[in-house]
Design a protein around this ligand. Structure first.
Ligand code: ACO
Length: 430
């Protein structure tokens, strides 16, 4: 057997075949089983992809055991402290930190793509006014493929780039429109003199009747949250974007599919679920009751914002966000009972045998809701902001997939356990 290969033996037939072992920059080696079916007539079985690398990627690396997250090689802690969201977007999309000129040019491009086609104002009126903003986002982002059809040639690198710019630039505008629509308030146009985060806050809260003053701490906190959500390798929504895009579907359609996936409570919807949960807990003395519910196998209740498929250690993003949550509460409201409940809940869970044994730690969603609440963002907009941050990652991953010369449509196989082949019997004979 070669050093960089692995032999698989079928004990039933005695057939042995060798398969290459591939090594990346970091992380475990992967068994290249692309020839498994041809060589051995076998499939692998891995629902949920717990042991499967679905692609090669240069964008993001996570070491879940040690709690490490790198965007294009740069630790999340450094980016969170020293960079800003648009610079991180550039890094994720282009692979390198920009020079001053590249940065200024990118900011100009994104800033000048923030307006949406006026037709969106009519389009949004088709949604029920009480629609969840994620429902509106799925529809509006998908609809971008009709409004911006001129950048949907997926094999044209210029189109790929323009679509990515449009999606990153217009997400805050669409998100704020989704909010304003549910409030029955007029839409606010983007302002090119504001930063990405400040512009979003202005479009959310500004009213024609009175000026809105953007709190720089709120803009800073939001920018940080966007950095922390910008990418996270092959998570469910990113894999959805890649899979949807692998058929050659345009990036707006693929991004819309990703937003739909992100909505679920086990993924991006967890930030909303955390705040609902903290509200439900209500007071610190109720925590043990809810911890017991989370541990009870017969109770579907889980501690939202706890646990992660990859992190079996403290989510590094949660550590950064926790610090910001404390800072923003101290500087704005002074105190938030929900923050007190969250911190005590974390303390209790981290010292509880159940959570220790299962390696369940707070994830990025555990504290983000506290920050959103302090900024005044309504609960149902939390996942929308996650989607805003994640768009850069989705587009980088989509571009990586679509530009791969070896691209094939994503098409998993299955272990069929249904009825064996049988004969059709006409209805009167059954
Ligand atoms: N509360 C209580 N028990 C939990 C929790 C939790 N939050 N999370 C996992 N467990 C338990 C499971 O019941 C399971 O127990 P078992 O082995 O006795 O059956 C064990 O820990 C492993 O959990 P799995 O669901 O198998 O782990 P998986 O990797 O599939 O799921 C997930 C990870 C979905 C994130 C899960 O931890 C969860 O539901 N957490 C709550 C929702 C959440 O916060 N989601 C956000 C994820 S981060 C993000 O998307 C940004």
């Amino acid at each position: 057997m070669g050093k960089d290969s692995i032999t698989i033996t079928n004990n039933a037939t005695g057939n042995s075949e060798e398969f290459p072992l591939l090594s990346g920059t970091h992380g475990p080696s992967v068994i290249d089983i692309r020839q498994l079916y041809q060589k051995m007539g076998l499939f692998t079985f891995d629902p949920g992809f717990k042991s499967t690398a679905s692609c090669e990627s240069e964008v993001t690396f996570i070491n879940g055991e040690e709690g490490i997250l790198l965007y294009r090689g740069y630790p999340i802690e450094e980016l969170a402290e020293k960079s800003n969201f648009l610079e991180v977007c550039y890094l994720i999309l282009y692979g390198e930190l920009p020079t001053r000129e590249e940065y200024d040019n990118f900011v100009t491009i994104i800033t000048h793509h923030t307006m949406v086609h006026e037709g969106f104002k009519d389009f949004i009126k088709g949604f029920r006014p009480n629609a969840h903003p994620m429902a509106v986002m799925v529809g509006m982002v998908g609809a971008m493929s009709s409004f911006y059809h001129d950048s949907t040639d997926v094999n044209n690198p210029k189109h790929q780039e323009i679509s990515a710019h449009r999606l990153v630039a217009k997400m805050p505008t669409i998100a704020a429109m989704a909010y304003k629509y549910t409030q029955g308030q007029p839409f606010v146009y983007p302002r090119n003199d504001l930063s990405y985060a400040a512009n979003f806050l202005n479009m959310m809260y500004s009213l024609p009747a009175e000026p809105y003053e953007i709190d720089p701490l709120h803009a800073k906190a939001l920018d940080l949250i966007l950095i922390l959500h910008a990418d996270h390798e092959q998570n469910a929504s990113t894999s959805t974007v890649r899979l949807a895009g692998s058929s050659g579907a345009n990036p707006f359609a693929a991004a819309s599919a990703g937003i739909g996936c992100l909505w679920g409570a086990a993924h991006g919807g967890a930030n909303e679920a955390v705040l609902v949960m903290l509200d439900q807990i209500g007071s610190v003395d109720q925590i043990p009751k809810f911890v017991a519910k989370a541990k009870d196998k017969n109770d579907p209740f889980r501690l939202m914002g706890f646990g992660h498929r990859v992190y079996k250690n403290y989510d590094p993003r949660a550590r950064i966000i926790r610090k910001m949550a404390i800072e923003i509460i101290e500087k704005t409201e002074g105190k938030d009972p929900l923050l007190d409940i969250a911190m005590r809940l974390e303390e209790i869970a981290l010292n509880d045998e159940y959570f220790i044994e299962k390696k369940l730690y707070p994830n990025v969603d555990f504290y983000s809701g506290i920050i959103y609440k302090a900024i005044g963002i309504p609960t149902d907009m939390f996942t929308v902001i996650f989607a805003m941050g994640r768009m850069a990652g989705w587009m980088a991953q989509w571009q990586e997939m679509i530009s791969d010369p070896n691209r094939v449509i994503g098409r998993p196989r299955q272990n069929y356990v249904g009825a064996a082949k049988r004969e059709y019997i006409a209805v009167d004979g059954r």
